[in-house]
Design a protein around this ligand. Structure first.
Ligand code: ZN
Length: 501
């Protein structure tokens, strides 16, 4: 059995190397590559991904997994070798259950989608995107049908991003958010909009913002010996193994905290990827448990830390020193209020903590209806706009700010949106448990000491990497299942105080 395990590990290590190399080329494309490199680069990445796919889905790997799966039947969940076989088997099934012709069709539909969508969005022309949207949902419906063991088509797609999650559970949590959040949004809107965030919008030197951002991510524990921060158009985090985890962002001269808060978010992702045990290197275990868990780490550092009062008591003097004339009249407290301004927006990525999840609820509801045939793609803009009106009280003026705003559907990422909200909910559960276990954490943050919090996350979340299903990991780390209640309690408490409700 040890020979088979060694054989499997050697094969999977090569898959990991190929995938990491493809990721490195993609990082280069989005940060360093001259525009002329685009055509050749697409071929290079496609070749590496094809090789990785072929290696992983080879018959020999299937035989090894079948034999080893039988050997490890009944092994305890925490056994590393059993976990490796379990996770690799899940990925192998995911990769082999879709016929190659359908994979190719999906690739075709989504790459066309990604080339049409930016133009349709720029022109706010939904009709230009509609035929491709129809095609993508049609392909995705057939992909979902490749997983007959799933309880619903949406479950089959969701499982790729959030293994073990299901539509019924997601809908129950989203219904709770949908009941409780709109009244909170309305109560806040009823207070006069005092323009508390006006100070964030001005003219702030780019180099000074960049230097401050670098310092902020380093302070929370992001290690520049194992990482980089580089400029890009759309911020992201990526890793090429356990000790090279990079983040990117852009500076907006007209927005003082966009780069800073976005970078705390990406650094939160990076701290997670830097926290996997070395013994999981070059194996499928040396990755995140799911996109939702990944997002819980980024949101925890962005919101629970970066938008906390304690953080601004620590960090504001540094920010004030960097922008002395503009911020002379501000205080840590006025800044804390500024970065927690609540105001409904059309665009999800600009949303605050209170309204954010209403954006994901509406996408989830539309996606399920589109996938299961209750909503035709041509009616998607009207359905979208009605929900924005209902949940956020806004009238969408054009599809550019509505149904065309996200790249997800054009990219075939259907079943992906719930992971953002799962991340938000889990971030509060992890943080609450960390503070329950280590009560000094809030005071430590106010003193610029982030290692107690990071240490708790390393020990209780990061260390497990992909070993457990995300739902099980939340249960193991916090003693509770995933729930909307702690998140709602956190919002009510924080924003009742901020808005004197
Ligand atoms: Zn994120």
């Amino acid at each position: 059995m040890q020979n088979k395990l060694a054989d499997l590990k050697a094969r999977l290590a090569e898959v990991d190397d190929l995938e990491n190399t493809a990721s490195l080329l993609e990082w280069d494309q989005l940060t360093m590559m001259p525009p002329g490199g685009a055509a050749g680069r697409a071929d290079q990445v496609a070749t590496l991904q094809k090789l990785a796919h072929e290696k992983f889905t080879a018959d020999e790997v299937g035989h090894l997994l079948a034999d080893l799966g039988a050997e490890y039947q009944g092994a305890p969940a925490e056994d590393n070798e059993a976990a490796l076989v379990r996770v690799a088997t899940r990925l192998f099934r995911r990769k082999t259950q879709i016929p190659p012709a359908l994979v190719a069709e999906m690739f075709q539909a989504t790459s066309t989608g990604q080339s049409i969508w930016p133009r349709a969005r720029a022109a706010s022309d939904f009709s230009a995107f509609l035929p491709q949207l129809e095609k993508i949902f049609d392909v995705k419906r057939r992909v979902a049908a490749c997983f007959p063991e799933a309880a619903s088509p949406y479950d089959a797609l969701l499982d790729e991003y959030e293994p073990g999650a299901n539509t019924v559970q997601v809908r129950a949590m989203f219904d709770e958010l949908k009941r409780e959040l709109p009244p909170l949004v309305q109560a806040i809107a009823a207070r006069s909009d005092d323009g508390r965030d006006a100070i964030l919008h001005g003219d702030y030197d780019e180099a000074a913002q960049w230097a401050l951002t670098r310092r902020a991510v380093e302070q929370i524990g992001y290690d520049f010996n194992q990482g980089r921060l580089d400029p890009t158009v759309h911020p992201f985090e990526t890793s090429f193994g356990l000790h090279d985890v990079r983040i990117t962002n852009r500076v907006r001269r007209d927005h003082l905290t966009a780069c800073l808060m976005g970078s705390l978010h990406e650094a939160g992702h990076a701290l997670y990827d830097l926290g996997y045990p070395d013994q999981y290197a070059r194996t499928p275990l040396g990755h995140s448990a799911s996109l939702g868990i990944h997002e819980s780490q980024s949101r925890l550092w962005e919101n629970l830390v970066g938008r906390s009062r304690g953080y601004w008591h620590y960090f504001f003097p540094q920010m004030q020193a960097a922008f002395a004339p503009q911020l002379a009249a501000q205080t840590a407290d006025s800044f804390y209020r500024a970065v927690n301004t609540v105001r409904p927006t059309y665009v999800r990525v600009e949303a605050d903590e209170v309204t954010y999840n209403l954006h994901t609820v509406l996408r989830f509801e539309l996606e399920v209806d589109l996938l299961e045939g209750r909503l035709e793609p041509r009616h998607a803009p009207a359905a979208w706009n009605a929900k924005v009106k209902e949940y956020l009280g806004l009238t969408v003026p054009e599809d550019r700010l509505g149904v065309l705003q996200d790249t997800h559907w054009a990219s075939g990422l259907i079943g992906y949106f719930p992971t953002y909200t799962i991340g938000n909910l889990a971030s509060v559960q992890f943080f609450n448990k960390a503070v329950a276990d280590v009560p000094s954490i809030p005071a430590d943050i106010a003193h610029g000491q982030f290692d107690t919090l990071l240490g708790w996350l390393r020990q209780n979340v990061h260390r497990h990497a992909r070993k457990y299903l995300p739902g099980d990991l939340i249960q193991i780390a916090t003693g509770q299942p995933l729930s909307a209640k702690p998140y709602l309690a956190y919002l009510h408490k924080k924003y009742s105080e901020l808005y004197s409700l």
